[in-house]
Ligand binder design. Structure first.
Ligand code: IMP
Ligand code: MG
Length: 181
């Protein structure tokens, strides 16, 4: 059990899966990997909202290259804890993707459905390159038709919240990642 955290409003998390220093250290390493992978920079980093908002803001500050940031908004789960496979795009990046190096940043890969659908949508816009960076990967994705190039952590097969991840919109602001009881 975790000490009572006033952020939780009396609700309980089962355990902390990744604490703040662990996340910060890994995000720094990911930033180094991405910096080295794009020597020329000029990346377009596309954050998938809302789940990636904290990860993305920490990550881009560790990428030591020229880059631009935009967002995608997709809806998939609703309030359920199970992926529906119904992925809808609610906001599209303003910038053209053609000829650009795109890094799609996602919070967590579960079934892989969300990313597969989004990658299909982005690929037809003929970017120069298209790569995935996910903070967490449950390694059970049966629907992911693309390679996830940059991964933060292998995730336990539990429902995780915090550091951007939600359950029914709660818990996104936790500075750590916890599994929900
Ligand atoms: P997928 O399409 O099944 O890969 O699910 C990916 C999306 O589902 C992520 O962008 C998350 O928003 C959500 N998701 C999957 N697993 C979790 C979890 O453990 N906690 C919170 N959200 C999750
Ligand atoms: Mg979500």
């Amino acid at each position: 059990m975790v000490d009572p955290d006033p952020r939780l409003l009396g609700r309980k998390v089962a355990r902390i899966a990744f604490d703040e220093p662990t996340i910060a250290a890994r995000v720094k390493e990911l930033g180094d990997e991405i910096t080295n992978a794009y020597p020329d920079g000029n990346l377009l980093v596309l954050g998938l909202l809302k789940g990636s908002f904290i990860f993305l803001s920490d990550l881009v500050r560790q990428i030591v290259r020229p880059l631009q940031v935009d967002f995608l908004v997709a809806a998939s789960y609703g309030e359920s804890m199970v992926s529906s496979g119904n992925v809808r795009l609610l906001y599209d990046p303003e910038t053209t993707l053609e000829g650009k190096d795109i890094l799609l940043v996602e919070d967590i890969i579960d079934s892989g459905r969300t990313l597969s659908v989004l990658m299909d949508l982005l690929a037809v816009r003929q970017p120069k390159s298209l790569a995935i960076c996910a903070l967490l990967h449950k390694r059970i994705a049966t629907h992911l038709r693309y390679d996830a190039r940059f991964i933060g952590f292998d995730a336990p097969h539990e429902f995780l919240v915090g550091y951007g991840l939600d359950h029914a919109e709660d818990f996104r602001h936790l500075p750590y990642i916890a599994s929900l009881e």
